[in-house]
Design a protein around this ligand. Sequence first.
Ligand code: ADP
Ligand code: MG
Length: 597
Amino acid sequence: MTSALLSSDAPAASTPASTFAEIGLPDALQRAVADLGFETPSAIQAQAIPALLDGRDIVGVAQTGTGKTAAFGLPLLAAVDPSLRAVQAVVLTPTRELAMQVADAISSFAAQIPGLTVVPVYGGSPFLPQQRALQHGAQVVVGTPGRVIDHLERRTLKMDEVRFLVLDEADEMLRMGFAEDVENVLRRAPERRQVALFSATMPPAIRRVAEQHLVDPVEITVARQSSTVTSVRQTYAVVPFRHKVGALSRVLAVSDADAAIVFVRTRGAAEEVGSALVEKGISAAYISGDVAQGEREKIVDRLRSGALDVLVATDVAARGLDVDRIGLVVNFDVPREPETYVHRIGRTGRAGREGEALSFVTPSEQSRLRQIERTTRVQLEQITIPTPADVSGHRVTKLLDRIPERTEAGRLDLYRETVAVHLAQNPGTDPADLLATVLALAVGDEGPGARDEMDAELERARLAASRDDRGARPDRGDRPERGERRRTNTHIAGGPARWRVAVGHRDGVQPGALVGALTGEGGLTGKDVGKIDIFGSFSLVDIPGGLTPDALDRLGRARVAGRPLRIRMDSGPRSDGPARAGHHASRPTHGPSRGRS
Ligand code: ADP
Ligand code: MG
């Protein structure tokens, strides 16, 4: 997982330490991380901590979510003398939110060190409280470069005793125009100091900073943690620009995620999309550079506490945001740079939870998607935007799920009586009709209408994208060419075709189980079943002799691994009938796993 570019005399990476004790962390810090539930050091921690404890400078290249804060925060605390009431460590971060987050994290690492104080300093909030905290002898300062410079100039912050400097998210600090301020802080620090520089990317500007200000740094590069990738399901949908808000509100309406972040490119879009969601009755708010710092902070707190479910944000405003509840990231605008994509999706799947990252691409933006796939080496899975029927279905299911508990709670006599009276007054009322009407009222929508223009356009865009995929993907081996597929599509049953079933790796399906279902429920014999390719969310089966309408009918009700088989001709993504949420047509997430001829 880690590929270390260590300089010659650096600690050997070939024997990675597996505990915090083994990497030489002082006892008090070991106890603190144990209390936080950290069992083993992450890759960047295993490499950075020993080097920093050894007094070395380091350059760490690592993505979001790899545990950088502890990688520098723990050795920083080991270097600080709590009995000396002077600033000894300064951490620079690109945003106010990050400054607070990092300060909180370092305070929690210092829980077992009496007398140690950490102060966050940032712009947009009054000087005096920060100044007072500094005067009271804080040893660690975490701040944005601009505000740190302000304090230095006012002499409310002194660097004389600083022995440890951290540049966190250095690339972002430069991107935000802090290059000069960062240089300035580095120049003012005493010569005998350690520097740890962390960055997700290593553009030449960061290299130059490292060359000028760091002494023979140990370079540590950590590949993306595999857990981040596997715990975040990455999907996309082709959505024409003008339907993005409509598609987004449907996605949010059927999502099971506790909370979601919607990323947009511009401040204007943040406001527009945020307001549109609020208008649709969704518990949403937006943050961008335009929103005052204090307000932003309050909004993030509400998101964390559950008072808010959807946050619309620009990249800068949401940088480094760490909220466990986020189960869904929506890229409302597909990011221009693959790195931005990686940062965005790092906002979900936190703390070992599952997450989903869905990217909207307009029909003309699909090359950006390919670029992201090449960079991240992850293939995004195309999904279907939920239909109005899916949204209503989701709402009513959630309502029905609450029935047992409500029944249990009792006090239903009044309602029972009301039903009896209503039925008596309206003879001939079908109780099923009555219940359906009451459900519709309770769910509060008009009931799904016919497919509208938006549905039709989404469907066209999706099918076009799926066809492009097939043309562009060389790894489909023996699958028929496009022309051939078209011809086979015209068969209803009995053709020499491949069939598609809606179960795959995701459901833990093995070829044997599919053969079992086809021979059992479908009445085929083993000889009738040809090659089987299992993909992420579906499988393809050759049935050279075709299926009779009767067999098709029986298989239509069959289940494998507890999921409906939904067998149909392999005509690409489903184009008829209601597309169910969670039915993800097309694009395998894994290659074919096993051929059977
Ligand atoms: P980064 O700065 O690289 O994005 P963070 O330092 O914010 O990552 O850490 C991401 C999350 O992982 C945080 O919730 C943190 O508490 C958790 N974490 C960090 N190190 C460990 C560890 N060794 N064991 C368990 N959880 C960890
Ligand atoms: Mg971080």
